[in-house]
Write a new protein. Structure first.
Ligand SMILES: Nc1ncnc2c1ncn2[C@@H]1O[C@H](COP(=O)(O)OP(=O)(O)O)[C@@H](O)[C@H]1O
Ligand SMILES: [Mg+2]
Length: 336
């Protein structure tokens, strides 16, 4: 992942500022960590919005689609949330944010949009009537952009026929001459196949991909993040064993290569250290072991932070209650 943390670490404090665990938790949980991925995303989103406004004012108005793609825990939702208020040309009047329900049919999506616009449907109506209402109400409300988070829910169990209907509906709302809508779709990599399945949709779309964390490429970024959260956010001390390249590699694998998931694990480890020894605790490997077991519910032998041959472990299949799956997936271990 081509990303660097952009905040500067401060010097080591000697005493934690937090009177209790809850205070520490609330302090560290909502702190945003900016990396240079934020700058690149913000620029792409700004370009997207600018191009959309230019197209709307031109002779052939049409909407566009921005696909924001990455695995779960990559940090998509937080990154978009953070960027949106900073974009010129996006405001609470012309922008609507939605999360796709799961599962989500074309009809449910239409109903969700209407509900967010303040027009909940009481009766069941045919799809085409619902989408006619969507068109009318977005125009009345002045909405030009819809951000649909978890957009892959719309294609979860969809047959080819349903996917085609969905794509056609997206296409037609982007193509509406009198009021073209633009879509920001964020979700899992499966979204990509949805877009490339239709040349007309593809032509109107651009993609921002949240690349998975990679070792050794992102080792420094991960070390900066650990330091930033432990020292700057929590005012605690980082043990030397969690400042090595090898530790960064463990964390990358433990978080399934998601930047957001890695951040969440660091926060959990800090809380584990606090529970163990209070504000003076040094955050160490065992605290990450505790954080990992809290998250994964795995046995000690499957805990990435507690064993030396950690590189055989595949976190997604290490849960104790995933026993029936485990037998077959253990065979796959080692294929990192
Ligand atoms: N830049 C960030 N700074 C701090 N925490 C973050 C950041 N990005 C993600 N997180 C944390 O990671 C979690 C998962 O991120 P999220 O944006 O929900 O991932 P995604 O939408 O890709 O599944 C968030 O709940 C948040 O706690
Ligand atoms: Mg999300």
């Amino acid at each position: 992942m081509d990303t660097q943390m952009t905040s500067t670490p401060s010097t080591l404090p000697s005493v934690s500022l937090f009177a209790n665990r809850a205070a520490l938790s609330s302090q560290i949980s909502d702190k945003y960590i900016k990396t240079d991925r934020d700058d690149r995303f913000r620029q792409d989103l700004q370009d997207f919005v600018d191009e959309t406004h230019a197209a709307a004012a031109g002779q052939h108005p049409e909407g566009r689609m921005l696909a924001v793609i990455g695995t779960s825990g990559a940090g998509k939702t937080w990154t978009i949330e953070k960027a949106v208020p900073r974009i010129t040309g996006l405001d609470s009047g012309n922008f609507l944010r939605l999360t796709a329900p799961s599962p989500c049919t074309l009809k449910q999506l239409g109903r969700t949009i209407l509900e967010s616009l303040g027009y909940p449907l009481i009766r069941d109506l045919p799809d085409h009537i619902i989408w006619e209402k969507v068109r009318r109400h977005v125009k009345e409300r002045g909405v030009r952009f819809i951000w649909l988070d978890e957009a892959h829910h719309t294609m979860g169990r969809g047959s080819d026929f349903e996917l085609t209907r969905l794509r056609d509906t997206f296409k037609s709302i982007m193509q509406q001459r009198d009021w073209p809508l633009s879509l920001i779709l964020s979700g899992l990599p499966v979204l990509s196949s949805f877009i490339c399945g239709d040349r007309q949709v593809e032509r109107r779309s651009q993609t921002f991909r949240f690349a998975p964390l990679a070792f050794p490429h992102d080792a420094v970024l991960v070390q900066d993040i650990i330091h930033g959260i432990v020292v700057n956010h929590a005012s605690m001390v980082a043990g030397s064993e969690i400042q090595t390249d090898e530790f960064a590699h463990r964390l990358i694998v433990a978080s399934e290569r998601g930047l957001g998931s890695a951040i969440v694990l660091v926060r959990r480890a800090i809380l584990a250290a606090y529970s163990r020894a209070g504000s003076g605790a040094m955050v160490g490997m065992a605290d990450f072991g505790q954080a990992y077991v809290d998250e994964r519910d795995c046995s000690p032998e499957d805990n990435i932070f507690l064993v030396s041959d950690w590189d055989r472990i595949v976190p997604s299949v290490s849960r104790l209650d995933a026993a029936p799956l485990q037998a077959s997936s253990r065979k796959r271990r080692g294929a990192k």
